[in-house]
Design a protein around this ligand. Structure first.
Ligand SMILES: C[S@@+](CC[C@H](N)C(=O)[O-])C[C@H]1O[C@@H](n2cnc3c(N)ncnc32)[C@H](O)[C@@H]1O
Length: 513
């Protein structure tokens, strides 16, 4: 059976109109004043703080150099250095609000998360005004506050999938502020003065913003409940095993840091609430090659998918439901996704399910953690290799894997591992792209194409790696043959799955579908 993704005709023109607005922002300053902070807040938000800061600094500094090249005082080397120094400081002050927002806002509850950017922008603007920075004439403080707050609100709403129930009053308030500020922008050129800014555009406003920003930053640092300690998850820890020795694991705490240890002395660190089972050998071959890609794009993996779907008019929910509806999941089941990525599939599972996800990429897992917080969902996340899972035999009711296996080093081992950790009678799904998709899409995408072109092996559907003893084996081609989905059931009475290790592949006559 071949299924395809539904088309959503209404969202497509809107997506193109919004994209057009952002492009216009690069050429029309009146538009760019609004779209620039949105793009910057989004971009820095998708990156690790240090990487985002350095990229944005480069994006700011290089065009500034070009713009000011003619007025650089070339006569005196000292003057040139001073000029460049002040310009660099101006760029740093321009970028810092976004970086500070990136660090503080994810640790703030609800819509408070939208405040660090506008507050920091006002403070940075006041500093820029006070210092002899060449070429910088920051907008009035209120204008900075409004544009940056709008940017933070829009990025926050985008990250929350524009779920109106959740963002209700904030969205309403944003519309009012937008209307007021639009009026303000029109009035300013007419009157020659910033009406709102006149009242608030002083050191007092910047001081108030600085004080509130400091309070929010301290609150974000001391806020507890950030990640549930592993010592409070005894049932989950009971299922964990060393992927090296298979030994049981226990939680140890030293200097406030948790780790998982076993009797042989092996120890696995827990960083930001995620146990790490990664060893250097896990990052060799294809695993290492594609891991580099996911470490680079992890922060904007979801957004590129979302934008690509919108521009092509594809209904994103139907894209996921295409394969997630193949799963058999009941409330109360424990579900494991190997190569969980940013956790997008979790949204399509019924409520009341105990979720676990494992992935090879810290960047993807950190995006997954952020997503789960936004969706008010909980899951146990693990950094590790799907080819050697850190779980006891028969630990999960449902085990599935989407979008990773075609580029694993050892697909057969990954499938055996899925079977081993699945309970007897449980349901398994393996979904991934076909060679057709890799050629028509990945090999043409910016950044990704460098990884996918000139592969040594074409993608093959790994149906021959499913042991013949599995039941109800089914192969479906999805999305016009661009993806495949293999589903099967682990037989009752089977335990570790090791008994299937040398069995023959599934004969074609046993395939359903
Ligand atoms: C295309 S993404 C799919 C993510 C997610 N399953 C989804 O459907 O959105 C592929 C994921 O596989 C992960 N991955 C690749 N090789 C892996 C391995 N050997 N073990 C675990 N995860 C792996 C990557 O880090 C990446 O997050």
């Amino acid at each position: 059976m071949t299924t395809s993704v539904r088309i959503n005709r209404w969202s497509q023109p809107m997506a193109w109109a919004v994209a057009g607005l952002f492009v216009a922002g690069f050429f029309v300053p009146a538009v760019g004043n609004w779209t620039g902070p949105i793009l910057a807040a989004w971009f820095v938000g998708t990156q690790r703080p240090s990487r985002g800061f350095l990229w944005m600094l480069a994006f700011n500094f290089l065009p500034s150099m070009l713009m000011h090249a003619r007025v650089i005082p070339f006569a005196e080397p000292k003057q040139v250095l001073a000029f460049l120094g002040w310009m660099l400081l101006g760029c740093v002050l321009g970028v810092l609000p976004f970086s500070l927002h990136r660090i503080v806002s994810p640790r703030l509850p609800q819509s408070l998360a939208t405040l660090p950017l506008p507050l920091a922008a006002v403070v940075a603007g006041a500093l820029m005004r006070a210092l002899p920075i060449p070429g910088y004439a920051p907008e009035p403080a209120t204008f900075l506050f409004v544009t940056c707050w709008m940017a933070a609100v829009l990025v926050w709403m985008w990250n929350h999938d524009f779920r109106w129930a959740k963002i209700g009053w904030l969205a309403g308030l944003a519309v009012v502020v937008l209307a007021v500020s639009a009026g303000f922008s029109f009035v300013r050129p007419l009157t020659g003065t910033a009406i709102l800014g006149f009242a608030l555009n002083g050191q007092v406003f910047a001081g108030v913003c600085l004080a509130v920003l400091a309070a929010l930053s301290v609150f974000s640092l001391i806020r507890t409940g950030w990640a549930k300690p592993w010592s409070l998850r005894p049932q989950t820890v009971a299922l964990l095993r060393s992927p090296v020795t298979g030994d049981n694991l226990l939680v140890a705490t030293e200097d406030g840091c948790e780790s998982l240890v076993c009797s042989s002395g092996e120890s696995f660190p827990i960083r930001d609430g995620i146990p790490s089972f990664l060893r250097p050998e896990d990052l060799t071959g294809d695993n290492g090659k594609y891991n580099h890609l996911y470490e680079t794009i992890g922060g904007f993996y979801d957004d590129t998918q979302r934008v690509a779907c919108a521009l092509r008019g594809l209904d994103r929910d139907s894209y996921f439901r295409n394969y997630m509806d193949l799963l058999e999941v009941k409330p109360g089941d424990s579900v494991l996704e190997t190569s969980v990525g940013t956790g997008l599939n979790f949204k399509y599972l019924p409520a009341g399910v105990k979720l676990s996800g494992l992935d090879l990429s810290p960047e993807m897992l950190s995006a997954c953690q952020a997503n789960l917080r936004r969706w008010d969902m909980e899951a146990d996340l693990y950094l590790g290799n799907a080819e050697s899972l850190p779980f006891a035999d028969s630990s999960f009711d449902v085990v599935f894997q989407v979008g990773g296996i075609s580029f694993f080093n050892d697909k057969a081992k990954a499938i055996r591992e899925m079977i081993r950790v699945a309970r007897p009678g449980s349901f398994l799904l393996i979904e991934d792209e076909t060679e057709d998709y890799a050629k028509s899409t990945y090999e043409r995408m910016p950044i990704a194409s460098a990884y996918y072109k000139n592969r040594e092996q074409a993608i093959t559907v790994p149906i021959d790696l499913v042991p013949a003893e599995m039941e109800d084996i089914r192969l479906e081609m999805l999305k016009d043959g661009k993806f495949f989905a293999i589903t099967f059931r682990k037989p009752m009475g089977a335990n570790s799955g090791a008994e299937f290790f040398h069995s023959a592949p599934v004969p074609a006559s046993r395939l359903i579908g």
